[in-house]
Design a binder for this molecule. Structure first.
Ligand code: FE2
Length: 336
């Protein structure tokens, strides 16, 4: 059966990613209904796009948030219910608990990332490369098994030129690694931990006393090179200052801490992974929705003027197909 969807790849300004749409006027109801009637099309397109899919004109989701959950279910068996996973309730949508709310306004009150210093590159562009750009991560990598896919919907984005979301293609970056570095990272494990554990690079450098962690908060080992369960392709799987364990990591079996050889390797890998040819920058307009694959992409948020702008975004997280490396594991983040 042929598909009703049209796809376009790559996304503007990038070497990967793609847009999916239906012919005619876009409407989220019609789009999601069509996606449900041919449930393999969008997941297949996501894999073809190397893990990044843009949908435009999904405005109706803002009035009917359960549509976002319906769309999420197309991408995997399990859509996280944030009321069941120790998430602070002020960050969970009131009536649809599968929606994690990202906003600088109450009751969430989440502040944007710091502005890079200097704010622009020498040629006047938005800095995207690590370490000028910081905050690169893949969602919830401090969990085993980690999630597969995130959906992020712009209810109220900030004006273009700020509050962008940046994506880096871990598959292309891995494939472009020099052979010696590839050999070094194959089989290596990173040690990931939530920011709430206070083991970030900044906190370790500041000498913050580590707090005891409960069993379900423990740092988790993750392969630095993940084999994608759908495509079979290998991708770099890494975070940087905020979501690696800088006390005992960032890598298992290497000298730990900000001055260790693990830190040096992480900087080299992150700088490579965020090279311009692996990046897509998304400028948000209301009604945009991005689906990304956390198994093969990392992403970062950029600064916005939170004193004068309001931003309201909704995220869902889909899991259930992390790959053979996690077969049979129980969820590390659920308190016993
Ligand atoms: Fe994220």
């Amino acid at each position: 059966m042929s598909s009703r969807f049209e796809t376009f790849t790559p996304l503007s300004g990038a070497n990967f990613g793609g847009l999916a749409r239906l012919p005619g006027k876009t409407d989220a109801h019609r789009f999601i209904q069509a996606a449900e009637s041919e449930p393999e099309t969008l997941p297949r397109a996501l894999a073809e796009f190397q893990g990044l899919m843009l949908l435009r004109g999904m405005d109706a989701i803002a009035q009917e948030p359960s549509l976002l959950v319906r769309l999420s279910r197309i991408f995997g068996p399990e859509v996280e219910n944030y009321r069941h996973t120790l998430t602070p309730l002020n960050m969970v949508h009131e009536t649809v608990p599968e929606i994690f709310v990202v906003s600088n306004t109450p009751p969430v009150g989440r502040q944007p990332p710091r502005r890079p210093e200097p704010p622009l590159t020498e040629d006047g562009k938005l800095p995207t490369r690590f370490p000028h750009r910081r905050g690169w991560h893949t969602d919830q990598s401090y969990r085993r098994p980690p999630p597969d896919i995130s959906l992020f919907f712009a209810v109220i984005p900030v004006p273009q030129g700020q509050g962008q979301t940046l994506f880096a293609n871990g598959t292309a970056a891995y494939e472009a690694l020099p052979p010696a570095l590839k050999a070094r990272v194959d089989g290596l494990e990173g040690l990931h931990v939530s920011l709430s554990a206070k083991r970030s690079r900044d906190e370790v450098l500041a000498g913050v006393t580590p707090r005891p962690l409960l069993p379900h908060e423990q740092p988790q080992r993750q392969p630095v090179v993940r084999v994608h369960p759908v495509t079979g392709r290998r991708a770099l799987y890494l975070c940087e200052y905020g979501q690696m364990d800088w006390l005992e990591g960032p890598f298992v079996g290497m000298r730990p801490g900000p001055d260790g050889d693990g830190a040096e390797l992480l900087a080299e890998l992150m700088s490579h992974l965020t090279r311009p040819e692996f990046i897509y920058v998304h400028e948000w307009t209301p009604g945009d929705l991005i689906v990304w694959d956390n198994r093969c992409l990392v992403h970062a948020a950029t600064w916005f003027d939170a004193a004068n702008e309001m931003r309201l975004m909704w995220r869902t997280t889909v899991s259930g197909n992390p790959g053979a490396a996690y077969a049979g594991e129980s969820k590390s983040w659920i308190a016993a």
